[in-house]
Design a protein around this ligand. Structure first.
Ligand code: OSB
Ligand code: MG
Length: 375
């Protein structure tokens, strides 16, 4: 496939309500979208960076810089056999996985359309329906959280994840568990604790959680390996895992028993498949994490979640939980049983609302072969 053009744009989207984690509050998203045209078809990817470098080191602006100064110029007007060839081509760029993923995933969408396959099939997925959970931001008090959990359970969601941080943890988890003794429940600390907090984290064992996600430093597999044997609850790593080598290290060191796979954090579908394979061979369950994505990122997440190792409900939920208007048509909808039906049409399987995307666009840059610029 010849990469004929790459268009990078930033859109602004306001979340319906603020989302609070241990690292901060998000209300207005600045999302980069990548459009790649190859063999006459247009494929789309989303860059899942935050606005600030608080979840991982990347931001919307670092991704703009890396894509516009390094990735787009290296790829435009070149040939790729498969979307999976993009990842090795970008090996000279260290880190910046989310920037790379936005571009690579757009090429996966192109390839899927070019071959007439749903993206889920092209990445090797087998499921036709995926199970959904929700991630709930930190609330003012335990009762407010219990009310929110009740609402989401009524919507059919199969797993509830609570964001926690020191001072907003045990009481909140206890209140939810007391009200809903049987539900699949987990917590996500986004690196808010330290190894010295092990005794405190052990208090969480009494609530029969499915997992504690990323309790310790964002880049510290070793500390999680010291913590896991001190807990009954499974640790799930999120921030620590940027590629299949990290996943292998974490599993072999006993740093976790579950891994969260995010397409952006690992650099796109090809590396996500490798992380999935490393985990599956070692019987470590995986699930799809979320980054408050627009519909394009959500569609990619749905495709990835159809791989057979995704045995736990992911943080892939309905567009309407986040946005008044999503940029895809139809929007992502979740059944009363808490599932999303996987699209079976070629590519992402959702139409893009181009007019809406244009209206939301705050900046845009396009790369084409030099001969086509009229110079
Ligand atoms: O750690 O999973 C996380 C959102 C932003 C940054 C990090 C995380 C999250 C979420 C939200 O938990 C998941 C979602 O609903 O998109
Ligand atoms: Mg997380």
């Amino acid at each position: 496939m010849k990469i004929e053009s790459i268009t990078l744009r930033e859109i602004g989207m306001r979340l319906k309500s603020p989302f609070e984690t241990s690292f901060g509050v998000t209300q207005a998203r600045r999302i980069l979208l990548v459009e790649v045209v190859a063999e006459g078809v247009s494929g789309w990817g989303e860059v899942t960076t935050g606005e600030t470098p608080s979840y991982n080191p990347e931001t919307t602006d670092t991704a703009w810089h890396v894509i516009s100064d390094f990735i787009a110029p290296a790829l435009v007007d070149t040939q790729v056999q498969h979307a999976a060839d993009i990842n090795p081509r970008l090996a000279g760029i260290r880190g910046h996985e989310m920037a790379k993923a936005g571009v690579e995933n757009a090429v996966w969408d192109c390839e899927a359309q070019f071959r007439g396959l749903p993206l889920s099939k092209l990445v090797g997925g087998t499921l036709e329906e995926i199970a959904c959970g929700v991630s709930l931001g930190i609330r003012e008090n335990p009762q407010a959280l219990v009310n929110k959990v009740e609402l989401e359970l009524r919507g059919g969601y199969r797993r509830i994840k609570l964001k926690i941080k020191p001072g907003k943890d045990l009481d909140f988890v206890a209140a939810v568990r007391r009200e809903f003794p049987k539900i699949m429940l987990s917590v996500d600390a986004n690196s808010a604790y330290r190894l010295q907090d092990a005794a405190h984290l052990r208090e969480l064992d009494q609530y029969e959680l499915l997992m504690i996600e990323q309790p310790l430093n964002w880049d510290d597999i070793h500390a999680h390996a010291k913590l896991q044997p001190q807990l009954e609850t499974a640790i799930c790593l999120d921030e620590c895992i940027n590629n299949a080598r990290h996943a292998l290290s974490a599993i072999e060191l006993g740093a976790c028993r579950i891994i969260n796979i995010k397409l952006g954090r690992v650099g796109g579908h090809s590396e996500a498949k490798r992380v999935h394979d490393v985990c599956r061979e070692r019987k470590v369950p995986v699930w799809c994490g979320g980054m408050l994505e627009s519909g394009i990122g959500r569609a990619h997440n749905i495709a990835m979640s159809t791989l057979p190792g995704f045995t736990l409900p992911g943080d892939v939920s309905a567009s309407q939980r986040y946005w008044d208007e999503d940029i895809i048509d139809p929007e992502v909808e979740v059944s009363p049983q808490g599932t999303i039906r996987v699209p079976q049409t070629p590519g992402l399987g959702f139409a893009l609302r181009r007019d809406l995307i244009d209206r939301l666009t705050t900046r845009k840059q396009e790369w084409k072969p030099v001969f086509a610029t009229g110079i």
